[in-house]
Design a protein. Structure first.
Length: 393
């Protein structure tokens, strides 16, 4: 870091450094007493996994809340995605997906012996660009796996129309999209199936966990078998399944979260509003624009940093923020197309995804993050940017 900037950062940190580390997210947990209360039925029955009463209750409640015909719970989102691909019989060939995602999306394809074929992204949503989709189709294409990145819905209608033309299933990685609605409908009702993650960093959490929503009962039943070793009954094991089950301890946490998700969402919205208002118009910082017909879940707050206009690169800003005890995240860097076991960049030009991977930074956003803290983050960003431009780093 340039010596002048370092001196300025140290000076500014005397006023603005947070006493405790501020992470990109934190799970908002119920009290321990509430959690213990929720666990009581499992303890009473000494039934702590394998579709116990809490698991059943959570599955039913989430199915209603998320307005989906069928919903299957899993031990985590990655296994959920793996199992839905297996349940759809996708075992070889190509799957078109986005490179701008968490490694889980493409690693799951790798585990299923499916070759990811990357499609570039739309710069204004960070989602797979359907305009590039058709040119990536080949006779080897078996499915489309788009991601609702940061909870922003993909161009669902265009993707579905291409999928229908070529008779392909669309499996949405909706890991970030719990509770998002598009055109008055739950986002999870679109496509052949959607996977949502309940990891500790997500807006609805079971510590580790996830679910797949789908409209077909037979797909639900196949996933049911695959997540329980393929066991149909005590005398027959009918498919080579795996253990993908959610435990009662996870389900109990989920049940306690159900009562607070609306208020938590309002709190996140308030933080997002502070960031949006204060950072709008800042040179070199681009925010995601709210989309029409979308009810957001305010899961992430990505900003895009243009080095020339802001004065600092995204990577330098990330380092500078650490000096204020603020741990932002470079979601999603490195680009999945560059992972050594995937390395598809050689064949594909992905300029928008590469630029996003080098410029996007997620700011802290969670429901008990104080609005005053969000304001301080804005103060830091604005002052650092103004200084960097003044001394033209
Ligand atoms: N598809 C997509 C598009 C995904 O983004 C993900 C997961 C998946 C699929 C797979 O779903 P799961 O199999 O995970 O259900 C985090 C999460 O681990 C990961 O679930 C998530 N996406 C990804 C976007 O974020 P990391 O490597 O950033 O996690 P970590 O442990 O560094 O946590 C981030 C921050 O959260 C920490 O700095 C502090 C805070 N934190 C974390 C944990 C675990 C807490 O405050 N408490 C905690 O318990 O990946």
């Amino acid at each position: 870091m340039n010596a002048k900037l370092q001196r300025y950062v140290l000076e500014l940190a005397e006023t603005f450094r947070f006493p405790e580390p501020v992470f990109v997210t934190r799970p908002s947990l119920p009290s321990l007493e509430e959690y213990m209360q929720a666990l009581k039925p499992a303890w009473a029955q000494r039934w702590i996994s394998n579709s116990g009463c809490l698991h059943q209750q959570l599955e039913t409640e989430l199915k209603h809340l998320l307005e989906v015909p069928f919903l299957n719970l899993f031990c985590n989102g990655s296994i959920a995605l793996l199992i839905v691909l297996k349940a759809l019989g996708l075992e070889k060939g190509n799957v078109i997906t986005t490179p701008f995602t968490f490694p889980a999306t493409v690693n799951v394809l790798h585990w299923c012996n499916l070759q990811p074929v990357f499609c570039d992204i739309q710069p204004h949503t960070y989602n797979l660009n359907p305009e590039c989709l058709e040119e990536r189709l080949t006779p080897e294409t078996r499915a489309i796996l788009p991601v609702h990145v940061f909870g922003t819905p993909c161009d669902i209608e265009r993707i579905q129309s291409i999928a229908d033309t070529y008779g392909l299933p669309v499996i949405y990685d909706a890991a970030h999209a719990f509770g998002v609605r598009f055109r008055g409908r739950s986002i999870l009702t679109y496509g052949t199936a959607s996977m949502v993650s309940f990891h500790a960093t997500k807006v609805f959490t079971t510590a580790e966990g996830g679910a797949v929503a789908c409209a077909q009962e037979d797909l639900y039943n196949r996933m049911q078998l695959l997540k329980n070793f393929g066991i149909a009954n005590e005398d027959s094991v009918v498919v080579p399944g795996i253990n993908g089950k959610m435990s009662e301890l996870q389900a109990a946490l989920g049940l306690t979260m159900l009562g607070v998700i609306s208020s938590q969402k309002r709190a996140r919205e308030h933080i997002a509003h502070i960031y949006s208002t204060r950072l709008a118009g800042e040179p070199g910082i681009t925010l995601l624009k709210p989309m029409p017909n979308v009810e957001s879940n305010f899961a992430y707050f990505p900003i895009r940093v243009n080095q020339e206009q802001f004065g600092l690169s995204r990577d330098l800003l990330y380092e500078v923020m650490k000096q204020f005890n603020v741990y932002c995240r470079k979601y999603f860097y490195p680009l999945c197309a560059t992972l050594p076991w995937i390395n598809e960049l050689k064949q594909t030009s992905l300029p928008e995804a590469e630029a996003a991977a080098n410029q996007v930074l997620c700011l802290p956003l969670y429901s008990d993050f104080a609005p005053e803290q969000a304001s301080i983050i804005c103060d830091i960003l604005l002052q650092i940017g103004a200084y960097a431009r003044r001394i033209s780093l």
